[in-house]
Design a protein around this ligand. Structure first.
Ligand SMILES: *Cc1c(COP(=O)(O)O)cnc(C)c1O
Length: 382
């Protein structure tokens, strides 16, 4: 009998989540309701932000903050070259220019030294790569030099901290994703966190068409004015009910992630071919999205072979992310980027393997993954 497969991620939905969804469906209140409000309150408390605004996705969160801050044509916005394409698309959708900046080779995070080469930036987006917060002090200094604000993409970093504060409170605003494979899910969903009262009010308005008042604030049913341009980026009550039930279990999920990360890191420690970024660097403490095992830059170990072997052993993997964003066809063709311009991002894109450490792993998961990975490396050496 072979051991059960270990997928890269699996949503942890229990009977509590199912019951919470059923309650919402029976209530007849599917949007504009109190469950979304409760989720926002609980999330704001968890992150330590004054405001949390639930939205339909992490991409919507990024788009909204940049939109309400007036980012548009003529603006240059720094984007790390190694991220999910959503970070760049949010800038591009507004007609602004994403200015790609290479990442640091010991963290995969936006490199402040590379950022120092840029000027005339209206905003700097940072992505806490795979859960490790960026070097915020250095990045804020560079942003300050340009008069730019800093927007945090926290999609893979829920609960990570920098100098004792959680991500989502380190810049003008934080953007979170609850896509199923993230630290917690609401199916699709996202959250904006901020301490800014005006920014929060503007995000709330732009989330729902630019209405002047929320559903609950309307004295005459169906009557409102529209005082700004806006989207429909609301979260449904069903999504919020799932999010709220996940939040109640998040301490347990995070403890399991940390334990799995440490055991898997130890299991891979004696492999010279593998680089694993430290989960604590300076003031930054990771929330362990996955364990990135990165192979040598010279391509001496064939990533596809390692991944195929792991797949044959029932071990799921992923890649974060499959290309330096400026080298995706859309950006390459539009702006003329070429290979070699973002060496660290390109190294990660071609040589990294994301290994699972989520709460779904079986008890012996980290040891099984480490053993399979070792076998794959041994085979690659011969
Ligand atoms: C997943 C992800 C996003 C997009 O979030 P969605 O909820 O899928 O829109 C944005 N940025 C990063 C870094 C991500 O990993």
């Amino acid at each position: 009998m072979t051991a059960d497969p270990i997928p890269f991620g699996r949503p942890m939905l229990d009977e509590g989540a199912i019951a919470a969804v059923a309650d919402v469906l029976r209530s007849g209140m599917l949007v504009h309701g109190k469950v979304t409000h409760a989720f926002e309150q609980a999330f704001a408390t968890r992150v330590g932000a004054r405001h949390a605004i639930a939205v339909s996705s992490g991409t919507a969160a990024l788009h909204l903050v940049l939109f309400v801050r007036g980012i548009g044509p003529g603006h240059r916005v720094a984007v790390p070259a190694m991220t999910h394409v959503a970070t760049a698309h949010a800038v591009e959708l507004l007609g602004a220019r994403p200015v790609f900046v290479d990442v640091d080779d010991s963290s995969g995070n936006l490199d402040p030294k590379a950022l120092a080469q840029e000027s005339d930036l209206a905003a700097v987006t940072v992505v806490h790569y795979l859960g490790l917060p960026c070097d915020m002090a250095a990045i804020k200094a560079e942003a300050g030099r340009c008069g730019a604000f800093v927007l945090e993409d926290c999609a893979l970093a829920l609960d990570a901290s920098y100098a004792g504060a959680k991500v989502g409170t380190l810049g003008l605003a934080g953007c979170f994703s609850f896509y199923p494979a993230k630290h917690m899910t609401s199916i699709e969903g996202g959250m904006v966190t901020t301490d800014g009262d005006e920014l929060a009010a503007a995000v709330v308005r732009a989330r729902a068409f630019g209405y002047d008042r929320s559903f609950a604030e309307r004295r005459k049913p169906g009557v409102y004015d529209v005082i700004a341009l806006g989207f429909n980026y609301r979260m449904s009550e069903v999504d919020a009910a799932i999010g709220l039930s996940q939040l109640a279990r998040l301490d347990d999920f995070q403890a399991r992630r940390a334990d799995h990360f440490e055991r898997l890191r130890r299991g891979l420690a004696d492999l010279d071919e593998v680089t694993v970024f430290a989960a604590q660097q300076g003031q930054a403490v990771s929330s362990h999205y996955c364990l990135n095992a990165t192979l040598p830059r010279d391509g001496s170990v064939d990533r596809d072979k390692i991944v195929s072997y792991l797949t044959s052993q029932g071990i799921g993997t992923s890649v974060h992310y499959p290309a330096a964003v400026p080298l995706f066809t859309y950006y390459r063709e539009k702006y003329g980027y070429r290979e070699g311009q973002f060496p660290n991002a390109e190294w990660l894109a071609s040589q990294t393997i994301s290994l699972p450490i989520g709460p779904h792993l079986p008890d012996d998961g980290p040891e099984r993954i480490a053993a399979a990975f070792k076998s794959a490396i041994m085979a690659a050496r011969t």
